[in-house]
Design a protein around this ligand. Structure first.
Ligand code: ADP
Ligand code: MG
Length: 456
């Protein structure tokens, strides 16, 4: 019974290379469709209005604000100019009180502005770094936003764990600016970006061959540099640079042959955003633990392998988190002691046999592997769209990846990289480079604020 359930799961989550090639092709097609016209694809391909990425020559003092998952961060960077890069940086991380994630827009922004004000007060104490100049801020806001300029944009919808109805359709920069004013904080929001654009900018600052920034954290998204004349839906004047960063919002990618199981369908139906963000629900940190929980629950209800247990915890949505499955998946003790501990502590499942613990590890492996392989197919899709998948252009191309899932779930990132090689061929290793961009999303907004202000 239990073995059969796992075998079914394995089969349904299978991602042979042929399927992944089709996923990559579908991603590339959706990219084109999304660039063609507004609403042309579920992959929105939003214009970021970032038409110049940092070069390494920016200088001055800039603040950054990063809101995307459960924490938000405020930071300050001093840029040295002329390739001296970052001279100093300070940052502070603050947890968002859960009730603010589904409250009102004004409450959320009031909280953010007050934390920012505290940070700025502490940082500016006794310094004259800003020399009376107005402080400049870059805002990383990692939800889909429709932009009209680099420093404004209306919220399209919430994703991940946020759901604040009255903010949808509002300009998030105006909301922030109003909240800052109420705090008496005199700061100019010079750029509004998301974490994928930030990762791209942060990595490009050090390496001019970076072509895309990708996030695998609580959610997932990607941004890349597109030729301005390859964006048919763009009606405005083309930028001098001839380029535009596209915020793909690829978390909403969907293709009818994606390997989706009954567990994914139930998760989606019971989520805050049913029918949406399907690719994100298969590949990102918010959901992987939850998928495994659903499999374990069915396993427990249909077989006797966990014995007589109280199902309260196992029935609680999101109770098993991705860091838990990561810890179990990486357990190298001979008797899988960590798996036993996690099952007991987190789910109240005690006294498991080694066989059962092995089965749990396999379930984690199936779910994480599918995620990593689909993630790699997405990257291959971008490279294909750019003609940089080795078929045409063999220039060095760097993809910068950030996010807690990629950073901390080693088997996920390893599998992502090997799958990408499998898809592009061994030779591609010479010119396609995947690298972990540490904290692009935080610093990226400050860097874009800086590169904008150089031209103001
Ligand atoms: P965000 O995406 O919210 O900005 P991060 O990039 O820090 O934040 O990613 C946080 C996510 O990373 C968490 O939701 C979690 O799913 C995942 N994560 C964090 N630590 C680990 C870990 N040790 N193993 C696996 N996943 C982790
Ligand atoms: Mg983040």
């Amino acid at each position: 019974m239990a073995e059969q359930l796992v075998a079914d799961l394995r089969e349904k989550c299978d991602t042979p290379v042929s399927l992944l090639r089709d996923v990559a092709a579908a991603m590339a097609d959706e990219m084109c469709a999304g660039l063609e016209k507004e609403g042309g694809s579920r992959v929105k391909m939003l214009l970021s209005y970032v038409d110049k990425l940092p070069t390494g020559r920016e200088d001055g003092l800039f603040y950054g604000l990063d809101l995307g998952g459960t924490n938000f961060r405020v930071l300050k960077v001093q840029l040295g100019g002329n390739d001296k890069h970052v001279i100093s940086r300070e940052s502070r991380e603050v947890a968002i009180p859960p009730h603010l994630m589904s409250g009102s827009s004004s409450e959320l922004f009031a909280f953010i502005a007050s934390e920012l004000a505290k940070f700025v007060t502490d940082e500016e104490k006794g310094t004259s770094l800003s020399n009376g100049k107005k402080l400049e801020l870059g805002f990383t806001f990692s939800f889909p936003v429709r932009q009209r300029s680099v420093a404004s944009g209306t919220l399209v919808k919430w994703t991940k764990a946020f759901s604040i109805e009255d903010a949808v359709g509002k300009d998030v920069v105006a909301e922030l600016q109003t909240a800052m004013q109420k705090q008496g904080l005199d700061m100019h929001v010079a750029a509004l970006i998301n974490d994928a654009v930030g990762t791209l900018a942060g990595a490009r600052y050090y390496d001019e061959d970076v072509v895309a920034g990708v996030i695998f954290g609580t959610g997932t998204n990607a941004a890349y540099v597109e030729k301005a004349n390859a964006i048919p839906k763009w009606e405005g004047e083309l930028p001098n640079s001839g380029e535009m960063v596209i915020n793909m919002e690829w978390g909403n990618f969907y293709w009818r042959h994606l390997p989706v199981t009954e567990y994914d369908e139930a998760l989606d139906n019971e989520s805050l955003n049913p029918g949406e963000q399907i690719y994100e629900k298969l590949t990102s940190g918010m959901y992987l633990g939850e998928i495994v929980r659903r499999v374990l629950l069915k396993l427990s209800l249909q077989s006797a392998i966990f014995g007589e247990i109280d199902h309260t915890k196992l029935k609680t949505h999101f109770h098993l988190r991705t860091p838990h499955i990561s810890a179990m998946h990486h357990d190298e003790t001979p008797d899988l002691k960590i798996v036993a501990e996690k099952l007991e502590e987190t789910l109240g499942i005690a006294g498991t046999s080694l066989e059962t613990r092995k089965m749990v590890v396999e379930i984690c492996d199936i779910v994480a592997r599918r995620a990593a392989r689909l993630a790699a197919a997405g990257l291959a899709g971008i490279l294909k769209k750019l003609g940089r998948d080795g078929s045409v252009d063999k220039r060095r191309s760097v993809i910068a990846i950030d996010g807690g899932l990629f950073e901390h779930y080693a088997k996920f990132s390893k599998c992502l990289e090997t799958t990408l090689n499998e898809l592009l061929g061994e030779e591609s290793l010479k010119f396609i480079i995947v690298k972990h961009a540490d904290d692009g999303s935080g610093i990226g907004a400050a860097l874009i604020a800086a590169s904008q202000s150089q031209y103001r």
